[in-house]
Design a protein around this ligand. Structure first.
Ligand SMILES: Cc1cc2nc3c(=O)[nH]c(=O)nc-3n(C[C@H](O)[C@H](O)[C@H](O)COP(=O)(O)OP(=O)(O)OC[C@H]3O[C@@H](n4cnc5c(N)ncnc54)[C@H](O)[C@@H]3O)c2cc1C
Length: 395
């Protein structure tokens, strides 16, 4: 093995979390390599599309505290990259306030916002219809507007993270797939389809591909992969705009009945706005089965909801796409984040991050993964997220 193939930290996966790890490890003086099987900025995994929802509010207090801890890190990233990444168009949650969803629950979230002192405006159905242009909503619907929430510029974030990683000397290699890992007491041997590398620590930030690497070591995370529809619609009236909105509704027999949408994109203005259903149905067995095409039924469910409730939008799709969502089967846990200690042999040398609605946490996830790799711990409460797995080899 040549010195050029030896690193302090190798990060598998160059999506936003992997790039955040690459930047923060290199900035701390670590010889760092980030490998991605596709290109950086690829749209084939969990990060396609232009925007993600930024929100501070969470139903679970520990996750809420993590968003509060993430906010100053976004500000630092914006300042280092000299560009705005979070646009505070507001975060509107409304619907049936008692319904439990993967996104959270409105009534309990209002209680936690009160406890943690986060400002918000409580709204009844008349406010929501009058102020934001929704119509024909069930009369028991209610919710809140949290004004600091909004939209994250996905491509701007990736460009910022890539630039900072490169600036600090992180080696970034695209088109190289990690095939297997061999951890031992001193580190990890990482074999790709091109070379063999050695690192003291490895961070697995390869999203939907995590079990391809953990499985042969004897552990499988209980994750589910869903292809979710992304739909762009035309605004009928350019004077009408929206905050980010998410409608909480009772599930139907066929799907979760949840929809969301963004307002006018502030960093790339157009007549289009982006919406989507959040249907956790029909999971794929493997990421390689992804078609990158949305289920037409899901698109129809969304556009029919829009036709009923959002007259300011033309329900005829201007553009559709799909994005791979990786979620833990146990929705309570939200993510997998921690050391693989106890899951695979010499797992103390492997950090795991996968699954969940993670974009809003990207700067914090990079910091925590690097802390875990270098110090074996983090000051943040990540107990809920600790990796557990089906253990095969050790049974
Ligand atoms: C429709 C949709 C809406 C979402 N909305 C929100 C939202 O509003 N707010 C929010 O916070 N989050 C949201 N999320 C979640 C968020 O987008 C993801 O959590 C985040 O983008 C995932 O980033 P990542 O770096 O973990 O993974 P990915 O972007 O999936 O990157 C993983 C990378 O690993 C690479 N890779 C895989 N296997 C290998 C291998 N063996 N060797 C080398 N490279 C490999 C892949 O090529 C890929 O580039 C949403 C997700 C979806 C699908």
């Amino acid at each position: 093995m040549t010195d050029s193939n030896a690193f302090d930290i190798i990060v598998v996966g160059g999506g936003p979390v992997g790039l955040s790890c690459g930047w923060q490890a290199a900035a701390r003086g670590q010889r760092t390599l980030v490998l991605d099987r596709h290109g950086f900025f690829n749209e084939r995994n969990g990060t396609s599309g232009a925007e993600r929802h930024w929100r501070l509010q969470y139903t679970q207090e520990d996750l809420f505290r993590l968003t509060l801890a993430t906010e100053p890190l976004w500000r630092r990233l914006e300042s280092l990259a000299e560009r705005r990444l979070i646009h505070s168009i507001g975060s509107l949650w409304f619907g049936d306030v008692e319904v439990d969803t993967n996104e959270g629950q409105i009534a309990e979230t209002m209680r936690v916002m009160d406890k943690l002192g986060l400002r918000y405006e409580a709204l009844d159905v008349r406010d929501i219809e009058r102020r934001f242009g929704f119509t024909n909503l069930p009369q028991h619907y209610a919710g809140f507007l949290q004004p600091d929430g909004g939209a994250i510029d996905v491509r701007g974030t990736l460009a910022a993270l890539y630039g900072l990683a490169q600036h600090h000397g992180c080696v970034l290699r695209a088109g190289e797939r990690v095939i297997d890992l061999a951890p031992d007491a001193d580190g990890v041997t990482v074999r790709t389809d091109e070379r063999t590398y050695r690192a003291a620590k490895v961070v697995l930030a390869n999203g939907p591909g995590i079990n391809d690497l953990l499985g042969p070591l004897g552990a499988t995370l209980d994750i589910k992969l869903y292809e979710m529809a992304l739909v762009s619609l035309r605004r009928r009236d350019e004077n009408v705009d929206f905050p980010f909105w998410f409608v909480f509704q009772q599930p139907t027999e066929e799907d979760t009945n949840l929809f969301y949408g963004f307002g006018r994109n502030p960093w790339s203005p157009s007549e289009l706005v982006r919406l989507g259903p959040v249907f956790e149905v029909n999971p794929l067995d493997h990421a390689d089965q992804a078609t990158n095409r949305p289920d037409p039924r899901h698109v129809r469910r969304l556009t029919s909801w829009v036709a009923d409730h959002l007259p300011a939008l033309d329900p005829e799709p201007a553009h559709t796409g799909a994005c791979l969502a990786v979620l833990p089967s146990d929705l309570e846990r939200q993510f997998y984040l921690g050391l693989a200690e106890g899951l695979v042999p010499h797992g103390e040398n492997i950090v795991i991050y996968s699954a969940g609605w993670g974009f809003k946490f990207v700067p914090l996830l990079g910091e925590i993964c690097v802390d875990l790799a270098l110090n074996g711990g983090t000051p943040h409460d990540i107990a809920r997220l600790a990796p557990t797995a089906t253990l095969e080899a050790q049974q």
